[in-house]
Structure formats: C-alpha cells, structure tokens
Design a protein around this ligand. Structure first.
Ligand code: F6R
Length: 607
C-alpha cells in the first residue's frame, strides 16, 4: 500500500526522495508526491499516476532543500488525482500518511466549523489541519503533533514536516509500520527498510503507538503516553543488490527463479544437516494434545494454508479449519480449548490477518505464524514464528513467498505428525527426503520456461481461463487462476475438478482454455474422468502432469507441460511453478505491468 519516506539530510533531498519512492513502488500506488523546505518554506510537487510523472514535474519545476518527505499513494478516500496525492499541507505543516483515519468525518466537521477549508477528498488532510489548528493556538510543533495523534482513530503511520523548522521530522506509528533509518549526519523515516537500503542499514522499527522526532543528529522515540522510550537499532539484511532485477526482465521472473535458493535456505533452517531429520524450533505447545488447527491468511498465503490443510489432515490426522482473514475476523467463530491458530503472511502486516490473530489470542489460542519479514507486527505478536527465508519479494504477485510458505508448512505437518505418532519412521523419512529434494526439482521445472512462453502466445486473446485440480492440487489451481487474474487481467477461475459438473462445465467451449493441474497421484484417475468431460465438450486442455499422466490422457490435451516425477506430497510445491510461469508469460505477451499490476498493493494494511 502507500509508501512513505522522510529525510533530514545535508544534500539536496528532492532526487533522494524520488529514489526512495522508486524502491517503494512495489507496494502498489496510483499517485505520488514530495515536499521539501526551501529556505524554510514548504514546497510541494504532486502528480497522479506513476513516478515518472512526478519525476518529470520535478525536472520542469525543481524544488530545493535538504529536508523533505515523499509518498506513493494507493487511493482509499478519493480518486488518484493530484489534489488527493500526498503530501497534504497547510501553511504550517506537510504530512504523508499510510492507512486510514477512521474518525476523519467527525474531525472534518469540527475543523470545518473552526473555519478550515479542505482541498482534497482524503482522510489525511484533516491531520494537517488539526496540527495547524493546534500550532495556531500556540503549541510547539512537537506538542501539536502529539496532541493531534491522540485524537486519531484507525491504523496508520504518519510523517510530518513543519514550515520554518529545518531540523525536525515527526513520525508516528499506529498499526502500519514505520522505521527510522540512522545515518551519519542524516536521518530517515520510511515505511520499510527497502526504501532506505542504499542510505543506511541501521534501522529502528517503531513499536505500535510510538511516535518519534528525528533531527540530523539523532532521534527520540516516545510511547503512546508521550514518555521517552528506547527502541533498539538493528542491522537490516536488505541490500541494494537484493532489490535489483539483475539480468531478469521483471522482479516476478527473478523471484520465480530465486525459488530454488529461497527453498534451500528456508528448508536448511528446519532440516538437521547430518540426519536430514525435520526439527522445528522449541515451542511452548504440545502438538500431541492439540484439538484443532485454525489456519487464517489472505490471498496467496491463504492458498498455501489450504494446501497445508490437506497435508495436516492426511498425515497428522488433526482437524484443520481454514478461512480468509477478512471473513474469519468478523464471524465470531468459537475456538476450541487447546487449539492452535496458524497465520501465514509474507509481509507480516496484512491488517485483516493481524486482527484475526488478535481475535484468536483473545480466544486463548496458541498463536503460531509463518512470516517472511522478521520485524513485522504479526511476527512480534505471535507466540512462535517460523520464518520463510525468501528475502525481499518485490513483485506484487507472490511467488517465492508462496513456495517457501509451502515448504515451512510441509515441515510443520511432518513435525506434528511425528508428535502425534500418525506417521511411521519410514514414511517420515520418505516425506522429508522428497521435501529436501524439492529445490533441485524446481530447478528442473524452470527448464519449462521456453515451452510456457510459446504456449502463452495463444492465451493473450482469451477472455476466460479455467484451472482445475483435485486434492492438494486444487489450491494450486486456485493459485494459478489468482496469478493469471492479477497480472494479466484475464478472468480466471480455479475449481475443484470434481465440482465442474455442478455448474462451471456450462462455460466450456473451444474459446475457454482449461489448465489442468494433475500429478499422477492417487486421485489421478478421477481427474482423468473430469478431463474426458471437458474434452467431450470441445474444451482446450492444457495439461500439467508427469510422464505417466501425459501418457494416459495427454492425447486429450491441446498442450502438455511435462513435470518431473515426484512424491505426491511435494507436488503442490513443484506444480506452483508452471502456473506462475503461465501467468507471467501471458502478462508479458499482453504487455501489462507485471510487477505493479493495476489497483494492487503488496502489503494490504487497510481492511
Ligand atoms: C497474490 C498476493 C496476495 C497476498 C495477500 C497476503 O499474488 O500476493 O494475494 O498473498 O495480499 O499478503 P501477505 O502474505 O503479505 O499477508
């Protein structure tokens, strides 16, 4: 979602702000802006659309100054126009904001009654007016900001810069992240460490409710009661190289290729180097006596959880419930004693997932999370965390985060099965071996890329695509459809293959490609019957299967993608890769914005 950067520096800051915003582009946005202090006076440039519009504007109408704030906006309140773009400003203060001020209507009425005139449709502008009002009443910028923060409801982060105050930025964090970057003679604020990677790796993550003042010489953090507090400065592992595209055309393509390494790193954390035995970090929970696991997540992370439901129920013989966070958090689900709630999130900041976590904590569940960003709120609020070591994922469409989530979930399923004695040692060894073998198998699957590229030339003019799968391949069918929708804008649906004849089969004709995810596993014959049903109605089948599967029903397909033969347990991890490639190359042929698809944001910090 929105990206924030603030710099109190020594060099002209406008181009540094824009560079920082470029590194935040991946979060998703539809307008951008910067403000600086030029000789103490607020100067501001804002533009709708992509950052090059802002860059062009700043080239034509440059602004100077060594202190400034910048923002990429993902529209919530009001269209992505110049007027609604941040920074919002009054004569006294300029503000950038991520999140939502929930009580903005009532504050706006109050401020309008006090004679304040608004120029945008945003919730953000009320913060600028509120702070201005307090400054007008004689408060110092610090006092005005701290007083205003207490009046705001919702989840947000904010950075404020004050007219005539050349050595101060104030930031606040409630709900959505904000980090302080510590430089030498320069200080920074940003919504994540990625924006600051070339400037500093010394990062202090604010805790929820904190606010901070930064000057060229340092920073002071205050808690929600305005008491000074110490927050640790850590070294961020995010480097400039990690957030470059290397030789790849897009971040998404690079991240698809990084899966071999990301899976290896992630698995190494859970696999004993000499015995090959799967071992999880110590947790204060007894897997053997668990009554139920409730898995909650959003989007692709939810689909990773959906695969895990199949694994956990089959090998660990434990009841698993799974739901999307936005539904779960409001349905007041009764949760059992001795229940474990499992949250999956790449960013660790998805608001619905976080609120669902808080609900489960109130219900006395043990909170376990699978997260990619260690400093994230979900990681901090969990009883135990299993980290995916995917590294920064910049492409909006999740790829390496998904397969690393699956690999952690597979380790978890094996560990729980062992604790519950539902798996024999022989089977456990077989599953663990198949899992350890997955990264090298992914490397083999990546060789299909040329074939996929050719195949997707036929996809670009289609209006709808169906994806079918059964068992643990069903969530992969859903994931394939989600990937295609989000980056190529082609309508796609994933279905459980057996459900086809209960409705969706009516859609089948020669214009609708049907992608079938069908490893030759225990359910293969069932899927084969469903494929026959599609073929009989003239459907164009793209079959993703292994040698045996293709030998059996390949003749019914218009195209086949041959996967390596693997243990059915790890098939979902491997079969995720061709559906990623299908979506990627379809989008490339169509010429859509692969890494920053329209309307989408990487980390969804609003409801
Ligand atoms: C799809 C995608 C999203 C995310 C979802 C959850 O490609 O990336 O569906 O999976 O927004 O995000 P996290 O994992 O950060 O909670």
């Amino acid at each position: 979602m929105c990206g924030i950067i603030g710099i109190v520096g020594v060099k002209p800051v406008a181009s540094l702000l824009i560079d920082g915003l470029k590194r935040l582009e991946y979060r998703g946005y539809d307008s951008a802006g910067i403000a600086t202090l030029e000789g103490g006076k607020l100067a501001r440039r804002r533009a709708p659309g992509k950052l090059f519009n802002l860059e062009k504007l700043v080239d034509e109408q440059p602004i100077g100054g060594t202190i400034g704030i910048g923002h990429t906006r993902w529209a919530t309140h009001g269209a992505p126009s110049e007027n609604n773009a941040h920074p919002h400003a009054t004569a006294e203060v300029a503000i950038v904001h991520n999140g939502i001020i929930e009580n903005f209507r009532e504050l706006k009425r109050e401020l309008e009654a006090a004679g304040r005139v608004f120029t945008s449709d945003t919730d953000t502008e009320i913060v600028a007016h509120l702070v201005s009002l307090y400054i007008g009443q004689g408060m110092s910028p610090r006092h005005a900001a701290a007083t205003a923060f207490k009046r705001l409801q919702g989840a947000f982060s904010l950075v404020l810069m004050f007219s005539g105050v050349e050595d101060l930025l104030i930031g606040a964090r409630r709900g959505t992240p904000l980090a302080v970057g510590v430089g030498t003679g320069e200080m920074y604020l940003a919504s994540d460490a990625i924006a600051l990677a070339p400037y500093t790796s010394s990062i202090c993550y604010l805790a929820d409710g904190d606010w901070v003042e930064i000057t060229r010489d340092g920073f002071k953090v205050y808690d929600v009661d305005d008491q000074p507090v110490e927050r640790a400065v850590r070294q961020s592992h995010v480097t400039g190289a990690m957030i470059g595209k290397g030789n790849f055309s897009h971040f998404m393509q690079k991240e698809i290729y990084e899966q071999t390494e990301a899976l290896t790193d992630t698995l190494n954390a859970f696999v004993h180097p000499s015995t090959g035995h799967i071992a999880l970090p110590e947790m204060d929970v007894d897997f053997a006596s668990l009554s139920r696991i409730t898995i909650i997540a959003c989007g692709t992370a939810y689909l990773a959880g959906f695969v895990a439901k199949y694994w956990l129920e089959r090998i660990a013989r434990i009841p698993v419930e799974i739901d999307i966070a936005s539904e779960f958090r409001y349905r007041e689900a009764p949760l059992p004693e001795k229940g474990l709630a499992l949250f999956i999130s790449q960013s660790g900041e998805t608001l619905d997932t976080l609120e669902a976590l808080r609900y489960c904590r109130r219900q006395g569940q043990y909170i376990l999370s699978i997260v990619n960003v260690p400093e994230s709120t979900i990681a901090r609020e969990s009883d135990s965390v299993l980290y995916t070591l995917a590294g920064p994922e910049i492409g909006v469409a999740s790829t390496k985060a998904f397969t690393t989530q699956l690999s952690v979930l597979a380790c978890l399923a094996i560990a729980i099965a062992r604790a519950r004695k539902t798996v024999s040692t022989e089977d456990e060894n077989r599953l663990a071996l198949a899992l350890r073998d997955a990264p090298s198998r992914i490397a083999q699957v990546l060789h299909l890329e040329e074939q996929v590229r050719d195949l997707t030339r036929r996809f670009t003019d289609v209006r709808d695509v169906l994806y079918l799968g059964r068992g643990s391949s069903y969530p992969i069918a859903l994931e394939g459809a989600l990937k295609l929708k989000e980056i190529s804008y082609i309508h796609a649906e994933g279905y459980a293959a057996g459900e086809l004849k209960h409705g969706p089969i009516a859609l089948i004709d020669e214009s609708v490609p049907v992608v079938v995810v069908a490893p030759h596993d225990a359910l293969f014959e069932k899927v084969a019957s469903n494929v026959q049903e599609v073929a009989a109605r003239g459907g164009r089948i793209i079959l993703i299967s292994d040698k045996k599967g293709i030998e059996t029903i390949g003749s019914l397909a218009t195209a086949t993608l041959e996967m390596p033969e693997i243990d059915g347990f790890v098939a979902p991890i491997l079969y995720a890769v061709p559906v990623q490639l299908l979506a990627y190359h379809t989008a490339v042929h169509k010429g859509t914005d692969v890494d920053q698809p329209r309307n989408l944001a990487k980390s969804v910090t609003v409801e």
